[in-house]
Design a protein around this ligand. Sequence first.
Ligand code: NAI
Length: 335
Amino acid sequence: MKRVTLIKGDGIGPEITDSVMKIINAAGVAIDWDIQTAGADLIETEGTPLPQRVLDSVKQNKIALKSPVTTPIGKGFRSVNVQLRKELDLYANLRPCYNLPNVKTRYDKVDIVVVRENTEDLYAGIERQVDENTAESIKIITRKASERIAKFAFDYAVKNNRKEVCVVTKANICKLSDGLFLECARKIAQQYPQIKFREILVDNCCMQLVQNPNQFDVLLLPNLYGDIVSDLCAGLIGGLGIAQGANIGENYAVFEPVHGSAPDIAGQDKANPTAMLMSAIEMLNYIGENEAGRRIRLALFDTLDAGIKTVDLGGNASCTEFTQAIVDRLVVLEK
Ligand code: NAI
């Protein structure tokens, strides 16, 4: 039986995790879950929001499913999510973004894959208070990280029959840092003549995404722009409740939704588990449980098609009701 680390997170994390575990169980996949906790609550008991045992668990199992963990804003500890990605060298953040059935959006046929560099840029966390009125953050871009994420994007494009990779930077202003990211993307692009290569500045990219998203295929971005643009892309397909993601490295993979811990709806049974479920489907595919992944996707799409939707998608189903509707369909599919 495959052992998978499960990080339950906080905020809506436990609700959507329970939902997804229930659905995976109903699909008949036997997984030995290694349940781990992380986040602010552990500071008092274990002295850190990301105990070594969590990292050891992922290192041992090589694969994890993770729900969101809250990061204090403007103060407090460094993001558990950023630390985890850095410690495990999960250098590629992969966020496919496409329309789901019966989810009303401004545009049809959106099908964009965001490939975000996951280990450096302003997320290196190198900041200092220069004096009372001045603070500075250092943006780190290296040739090694830029070339490997560009290679990841092009390899992904080849394997998944994509036509174009578009690199997104602000190299007109950040001439050295984004300039280096762009230079690396240009170099790697030459090794993939079968994939079209395009360059765009991030501000124009945002405008183009809002006006005409169908022109984009695979987007390749440094960490910060990738974080922001992937939320924009989530907005194009119906919101964060349905936006899936994965963090991939040479040795480990951590699957998690794009969204955060949604403290505004936590504990109210209102969360949409779809983003977490779609991330889990990718996890199942990754461990070779493709048939179960296929059936879960079918049951999910059929549930949405039947108009059973959570509040964020304009419906009135609770997280529990939505989960049960998927489970019911899985049971029928099984027969
Ligand atoms: P958020 O993604 O948690 O929420 C933004 C908005 O989307 C809220 O209105 C929320 O209710 C809604 N939303 C998000 N997920 C939803 C779902 N599954 N179903 C229905 N509605 C959903 O972003 P926010 O509020 O900026 O961040 C909250 C906390 O999450 C912060 O501490 C932040 O650092 C953390 N965070 C953690 C991430 C992770 O663990 N990977 C990623 C992003 C943020």
